[in-house]
Write a protein that binds this ligand. Sequence first.
Ligand code: URA
Length: 231
Amino acid sequence: MRRLDQLLASLGYCSRREARAWIAAGRVTVAGRVADDFGAKTEPAHVLVDGEPLDHPAGLLLLLHKPVGLVCSHHRGEGPSVYGLLPERWRRRNPPVTSIGRLDKDTSGLLLLTDQSELVHRLTSPKHKVAKVYRATLDADLPAGLAEVFTSGTLLLRAEDTPCAPAQLRVLGPREAELTLTEGRYHQARRMFANQGCEVLTLHRAQFGHLQLGDLAAGQWRELPPDTFPP
Ligand code: URA
């Protein structure tokens, strides 16, 4: 149960001050009655704004096909971001909608977005070893024995003091491969290939845990049910 003005503000409808004005103007009902107390503790399922139920009061979980060229950052100075793809109201939610891990500006593919910080922590924690599957194209032929190097658990990236966890490599062609990582180090896939003499030309994430991108077009998202990742 939350204060009515706080509830509307946290779901991105308006500021708390505006929420009080909306309530005074009779735009909000609670359990079928026009609300008159902006401080009343309220059950979100009973609230209507302009006759409509609240927008995802229990939280958002989205699967986005991130296009190349957008950053996963809330800082405006870093350029156009994935958050710009979302409806204005979702961008104003608090807790904010944020990505579960990040993809580089030049990486496309499956990105999860949520306003549930517990889920962000759980799914990005190395302890949980969530598998992420990437397709990479490379500027040179893959060296022989690369799969063994990646699965060995001994690959040490520059300026790091712990080796990468074992990663699976499936060769798809002379310059194309699928890499499955259970960690999320900075630019990890690009740095692993670079460490072995190949520059990544394109990188695309096709899978996150049990979720696949399928035929979702770049820039589109679909909502996931709240029980997608049970505790
Ligand atoms: N590894 C990378 O190098 N970049 C990404 O965006 C994800 C994994």
